[in-house]
Every structure is written in structure tokens, then in C-alpha cells.
Ligand binder design. Structure first.
Ligand code: 5GP
Ligand code: ZN
Length: 112
């Protein structure tokens, strides 16, 4: 079982933000901004390269949950970024799809 499957299953502790039947949201262990929450599907999907039309509703729900996390953190009005790193060039280090919810400071674009 992968690291994020274990976090979603509470076999590894995390600072949970919310969960439901399909999703689990928790604070990143190494935050890159004042708000840095990860939202993951409980279903193991290794990366967006492995997403299929069967996952469409789940991934739509993931995006809306990213907004919910931003609201809970109080950064929805000031602005936030939703990011899914995919593959080596993007720096994906955990091979279970996760949505980064980043906010609480201004951010440069494009990312380095
Ligand atoms: P990636 O680089 O794959 O897009 O993002 C993985 C993220 O997971 C990183 O921001 C990293 O800090 C976070 N992370 C890695 N291991 C753990 C952990 O055990 N607990 C938590 N809460 N976050 C983790
Ligand atoms: Zn997993």
C-alpha cells in the first residue's frame, strides 16, 4: 500500500482537514506556503497518466474539494492555486494522485 493510501486509511497519522467517502484532505508535512493542503482520492490512482473516464466524477469532486479546502483555510478570496504534479519533470514524488491547495502568499507564474 502506498504512503497516501496509508494516510487516507489513518495507518499513518496526518493533520486532517476533512474527509468523506471518496476523498481525504490533510496538511502537507513540508508546506511551501502558509496554506498547503493536499486533497487525495481514497482510490489509488498513481498519477494523472493513469486517470481514465471512469475517474471523471471522482476527479471533478477532487477539484471542488480543493475549493472547499481553500475556503476552510480562508484563502478562497485572497487567491489560491490547485496543482497536480504529474511525472518526473513536474516533480511528482508521491505516486498517488494528490491535489495541492496552495495559498496565503502571492505566487509567481510560471512555476520554476
Ligand atoms: P509531489 O511532489 O508528489 O507533487 O508532492 C508530494 C507532497 O507530499 C510534498 O509536498 C510533500 O511535502 C508531501 N508529503 C510527502 N510525504 C508526506 C507525509 O508523510 N505526510 C504529509 N502530510 N505530506 C507528505
Ligand atoms: Zn495510494
Amino acid at each position: 500500500m502506498c504512503l497516501f493510501c496509508k494516510i487516507a486509511g489513518k495507518q499513518i497519522p496526518s493533520k486532517m482537514v476533512f474527509e468523506d467517502d471518496d476523498l481525504f484532505a490533510f496538511h502537507d508535512i513540508n508546506p511551501g506556503a502558509p496554506t498547503h493542503i493536499l486533497v487525495i482520492p481514497k482510490l489509488h490512482i498513481a498519477s494523472m497518466n493513469d486517470a481514465t473516464p471512469e475517474h471523471q466524477a471522482l476527479l471533478g469532486k477532487l477539484m471542488l474539494a480543493g475549493h472547499r479546502a481553500a475556503e476552510i483555510a480562508g484563502v478562497d478570496k485572497s487567491g489560491f492555486r490547485l496543482v497536480i504534479n504529474t511525472g518526473a519533470d513536474a516533480g511528482q514524488s508521491v505516486h498517488h494522485v494528490h491535489l495541492h491547495v496552495i495559498g496565503g502568499r502571492t505566487m509567481a507564474w510560471p512555476p520554476g
